[in-house]
Design a protein. Sequence first.
Length: 322
Amino acid sequence: MLAIDIIKRRKIWFFLSGTMMTAAIFALTFWGINFGIDFKGGSLLEVEYQDVRPDINVVKNALSPLALGSPSVQPVGEKGLIIRFRETSEEVHQSVLSKLRESVQTEAVENQSAGDGEGEENSQPAESVIENRFDSVGPSIGEELKSRSLSAIILVLAAMILYIAWSFRKVSKPIASWKYGLVAIIALFHDVLITVAVFSVMGKFWQIEINTPFVAAILTVIGYSVNDTIIVFDRLRENLPKSDLDFAATINKSVLQTLSRSINTSFTTILVLTAIIIFGGDSIREFVLALAVGILTGTYSSIFFASPLLAVWEKWQRRMHA
């Protein structure tokens, strides 16, 4: 077991956490969250070209007669496109597909005319554009999803505080059992805030959007983060009755006893998530990326943030009653 006093160096960990949280609050305040169509409403069409993908400006010009507002056209892979536009009917949806196929045929004819006249060999079939996905969400549904997602997160947090307080009900000294739950939730807020802020930055600079899979990822991060923190607290609960050390030293001993387990578990999980990010499909990449960021911050907070915070609270409590 490493002979390192993590609790004694708490000012370093608090400074790092404070810096990250300040940066996170800055990002969320000035850049906000780039909500996708699941939350703000609209339509998303993902298509794939069988031959060469046309230029984005060509696609936008082809769609301009349909009055879609200001459609967003984003390349995906080598031959794919994701097109986002305001909520539309099924009739407009089919018109968009028709315009995309017409633009491919028009470009093929122009290329053939500019070429050596190779005849029909360069013409494009109607199936040159394949639809992979189409989603359409109304604004009212988007607001309802946003409200329900927030309610789900709040209910989960409240249930966790109650459960942790009940689990630690027999540990009343030197601090009350409910404080373990509150410290775990504070560490959890730290993890969620940083994870959301990372996506705020990616939304600002790389147009990454947040949709309902991101909420599922955040709920997963909540469970993982609390589980990691409870592992340390549970070892502390076992050590307290038989420890001759003070509370801070007992916390440090408990952290060191669980350190290798926490790091190894997180490391192997991150390896799997990294493989999915690299080799997985675009549809789950944001979800997996949110999990990876949340697990990294959760591992850090359970060791270097939640445990020192518990020691500081006990020290402050002793001073108040001295």
